[in-house]
Design a protein around this ligand. Structure first.
Ligand code: ATP
Length: 337
């Protein structure tokens, strides 16, 4: 569906060259909600803007629906771009035009007939829940409503791909949720492939099935959201995951905890999250167990449990307990603070 092959992109200004992307390889399949996360300056915006050729790579190939964009003439590129809608952090609406006319822009540019435009825009405003705002101006709408208009406009030409450039970064948490639910609905009902860039792991957790983590113009980790949240490898990925799964002993407890007892961080994924493992540790391995932290998160319909526990007992019993955890596929590591 979307394939980026060895993409490099540099910007040169006043004799200074910035290498924004350094050898990106990425595949987004049909139906994916693919998230790209990274800190500011990682190259996310540059990357997403390549997919609809708002940016042209310095080197490498952008392939959309099996065809390399580099081979297209202007007309073919225009036709392909119709299949790619885009929404933006600051909505990019025309303030002087009514909501109806903002949504109609792509259709007017495609010289569609008045009746067809009216029918399509009415349908789209209904779909995004803004039928009553047709005659309003953007300045009369809230941020969330403006993004809904942006989404309706992006869907006007029936795209097969929707690009979202920090689409919820300017919105409060509740409005963010409603926009993310709308994107999910678009993906499910219209089978539109979505690529979303963000610096918020909660956005990835909420709607994406795949994620790529970017740093300094490179992809440092990529996989299903469950893989990346469950077993993050790179320190930057671990930092992002910690923003939604913060397995740490609460500061208020730290001074009262006796760290002479062995302390372990456990992670349960999927079925192991529903097994009576703690019961087993206490009753069959004869350990006194102190829970310092516990949390259960759901990622893509799979439960991920995180726990920090102290084990107090005979060291041979602790060793047996650790073998038991290993057999049960519970990930664990000893922690010292
Ligand atoms: N038009 C441009 N001219 C010069 N440098 C640019 C241009 N666009 C981006 N860059 C540089 O490329 C690098 C990557 O920028 P980009 O906007 O893609 O990162 P980002 O991850 O989207 O960051 P942010 O989250 O802050 O938008 C940065 O160093 C940036 O300064």
């Amino acid at each position: 569906m979307i394939e980026l092959k060895n993409i490099h992109k540099s910007y040169t200004r006043k004799n200074t060259t910035v290498e924004a992307l350094k050898g990106i390889n990425l595949k987004v399949n049909k139906g994916d909600i693919f998230g790209v996360i990274g800190y500011s300056g990682a190259g996310k915006s540059t990357l997403i803007r390549l997919v609809n050729y708002l940016e042209i790579p310095t080197k490498g190939e952008v392939i959309v629906n099996g065809q390399s964009l580099a081979n297209f003439n202007k007309k073919e590129l225009r036709e392909t771009k119709k299949q790619i809608g885009m929404i933006f952090q600051h909505f990019n609406l025309l303030e002087s035009k009514k909501i109806f006319d903002n949504v109609a822009i792509p259709l007017v540019l495609q010289k569609k007939g008045k009746q067809e435009i009216k029918k399509r825009v009415t349908e789209l405003l209904d779909f995004v829940g803004l039928s009553d705002k047709s005659n309003s101006y953007p300045s009369e709408l809230s941020g969330g409503q403006k993004q809904r208009v942006g989404i309706a406009r992006a869907l006007a030409s029936n795209p097969s791909i929707l690009l979202c450039d920090e689409a919820t970064s300017a919105l409060d948490p509740e409005t963010t949720q409603s926009i993310l639910q709308l994107l999910k609905k678009i993906n499910a009902e219209y089978n539109i492939t979505i690529m979303i860039i963000t610096h918020e792991m909660a956005v990835i957790q909420e709607i994406c099935n795949k994620v790529a983590v970017m740093e300094k113009g490179k992809i440092i980790e990529v996989g299903t959201v469950l893989e990346v949240f469950g077993k993050p490898q790179h320190p930057t990925t671990k930092n992002f995951v910690q923003t939604v799964i913060h397995a740490k002993v609460p500061t208020s407890l730290q001074n009262n905890v006796d760290f002479r007892h062995q302390t372990f961080k456990l992670e349960f994924i999927g079925e192991t999250a529903s097994e009576p493992i703690i019961y087993e540790l206490i009753h069959h391995h004869h350990l006194k167990l102190n829970i310092l932290y516990a949390n259960m998160t759901e990622i893509q319909g799979t439960a991920i449990g995180n726990m920090i526990i102290q084990l107090n007992g005979e060291s041979s019993n602790i060793q047996h307990a650790l073998s038991y955890l290993q057999n049960k596929n519970v990930l664990f590591e000893e922690v010292h603070t």
